[in-house]
Design a protein around this ligand. Sequence first.
Ligand SMILES: [Fe+2]
Ligand SMILES: [Fe+2]
Length: 338
Amino acid sequence: MYTTDLRTAEEKAEEARKGVPRSALDTDALEAEFQARIDADAYIEPKDYMPDGYRKTLVRQMSQHAHSEIVGMLPEGCWVGRAPTLKRKMILIAKVQDEAGHGLYLYSAAETLGTSREELVRQLLAGEAKYSTIFNYPTTNWSDVCTIGWLVDGAAITNQIPLCRCSYGPYARAMVKVCKEESFHQRQGYEALLQMMKGTEAQKRMVQDSFDRWFWPSLMMFGPPDSNSAHSSQNMKWKIKRFSNDELRQRFVDATIPQAEFLGVKVPDVIVKNAETDHYDFGELDWDEFMAVVKGGGICASNRIDARKKALEDGTWVRDAASAYAEKQQVATVAAAE
Ligand SMILES: [Fe+2]
Ligand SMILES: [Fe+2]
């Protein structure tokens, strides 16, 4: 194609790295350079060129992730006041605070892509953005809180470890710290269940009951099956995703079943080790239930959003005070410089 653009490919690439705005004529070159950097396992940074689809996908995924961390505080937070011992209470408070921190990193990382946290929160409260369906299930007893740590945080780690190598730098870096904390969450839950399994028959029944209710929904945390997963192949190409939903789900099942056996809970009969593949077969999941919960049908769905609306309203005075203080500081700084 004829062009009046006399820059070399190297010059274009250098400008792309610096995020210099350019004409639409250069889009092909920019996209090729962008993909080449991803193929070479380089990170994409906020001011770098990126295709709109990449940006949109990341904003959707990172904000869903942030919302899941924040909404995920609710089913466990309501047990802080009812934890059975001081030790368990301290661990649970630390865990719930970690989840708040994860949400804040992720909102900040998503903001580097140009969408404000206020807008992301608005989308959540308006029902336009999703969060993990698992948090729409109720925590009916203490054992559920421990099982969430073991299974839900365990599934989260399985999902998130590959994200430490995601192509978008701020997301990948946030995930490194998040995964370390998730590992603590998973261990504390499993350890608490081990203690319960050394207890009374009633405690053992509680653990089994929790496992039975949370196991299948935790497998659904990996999303729909590959055959029905909308954005998968493009996300793999962009290295936003490194493994498919089904691969990660299988990895989680393979890690979890031996843990369940060591714990002493009975696993569903349908789960059997396949001697040929050396993986556990687990049959079909109830995708109708998954879709019903995704569409807002979970038992606690409206309760979760109401809680977040109340938190936003209750925090208005804090945000106002912080803004007023920041303004005052700025005025003082300007005055001191004059
Ligand atoms: Fe988390
Ligand atoms: Fe966690």
